[in-house]
Design a protein around this ligand. Sequence first.
Ligand SMILES: [Zn+2]
Ligand SMILES: [Zn+2]
Length: 101
Amino acid sequence: MSFQDKTIQCSDCGTDFSFTAGEQEFYQARGYTNEPKRCPSCRQVRKTERNGNGGNGYRLPRQMFPAVCAECGKETEVPFEPTNGRPVYCSDCYSKVRVSR
Ligand SMILES: [Zn+2]
Ligand SMILES: [Zn+2]
């Protein structure tokens, strides 16, 4: 049985892409019965999104906010914006507070 290149329309961006004979062979060897629905670039995007570590500047580093620990008064940084009336703890106190609760 021989394979032939096939043109498929991407379900994400609508671009025609080729599902080559080599890829079809690969799919069959892996036991995949479905044809790809997305073009290689959309597939790449989905893969990157799923892994969450694209490393291409898509993700911003976690912003840290300065805060004062409600337990020991030490200056610290927290990954969320401290809101009024809500106690913020440094990492040491945070683990203590969490355990005692
Ligand atoms: Zn696409
Ligand atoms: Zn503290």
